[in-house]
Write a new protein. Sequence first.
Lengths: 228, 118
Amino acid sequence: MTEIDVRQKVLAANAAAAEALRNAFREAGTLVVNLISSPGSGKTTLLEATARALRDRLRLGALDGDIATERDAERLRRQGIPARQILTGGACHLDARQIEKALAEENGRLSGLDVLFIENVGNLICPTSYDLGEDFKVVLLSVTEGDDKPFKYPAIFARAAVTVVTKADLLEHVDFDLDAVREQVAALNPSGTFLTTSSRTGAGMAGWFALLEKSLAGKRESLAPAVR
Amino acid sequence: MHETGLAADAYRIARDAADARGGGAIESVTLVVGELAAVEPELLAFAWEAVVAGTPDAGSRLVVEWRRATQRCAACGEIAERAPGSWLRLCPVCGDALAVTGGDELDVRSVAFEGGNA
């Protein structure tokens, strides 16, 4: 018997594809945001509100991962932004090659954007592992899901640069300890950003929009010396 | 359940490594899996059986080396007393904010196979 050291990342092939995407997004000056949450946390609703608020100022677009149906992409197209559905046929997450393929098939309709949103398949576990070439991950947690989720799903809350609590308009109807959630997220991710929002009432949404605009400006600024 | 895809990726890496050394059937593959890798070791082992079934490597074993994430204080060092599944926001000694390090490993560590040359 022979035993050899390998020391290779299991996700090396995905990481290589993600790096190629990241380079292309950098060259295009496009901010890419990967949204991850349980099904029904309000990813599409947050993006609908974002489209309405920012579409006149920024060129926005979206890729929507789902197991079945074109519903999410259709909802975003109705808000006037280009969106493509990626049907995973049962797979619980998006990977970098699916992003590459979808963008190529869109043939330029999703290029030259200011911000590209990738709405991942609804799932707090599997999408965590896959780098899609994004600038950062955003995890959404709706107040109806319960306030124990960050410690139950530590991987995504540790990795997402931004945590967005959604459906805050329902806080008075549910036992959801917002401070406890904030503490859990801060323990897992001390440098992360924590936002509380309601897409329905608009509460807290200004902070989300400002974060997007600031991140885009930051990315463009960091690119500036190379562009000049 | 993304463990099937991960097991298939790990198998491809392990088989390529064994082939590069002229190796025969794989006996075992050791993966390093971190606590924050979002991977369930038992599901991974189960998926491994399915992935190698019907190949010359059927019956090979997947061994998982589990790595915990650590919480560190810049002044006091690693926090030893953290209970599994629980995370501290502040250092119990000095009260400073803690940083989380490691725990995101998902690597093929080594492969054991019949024959071949080390």
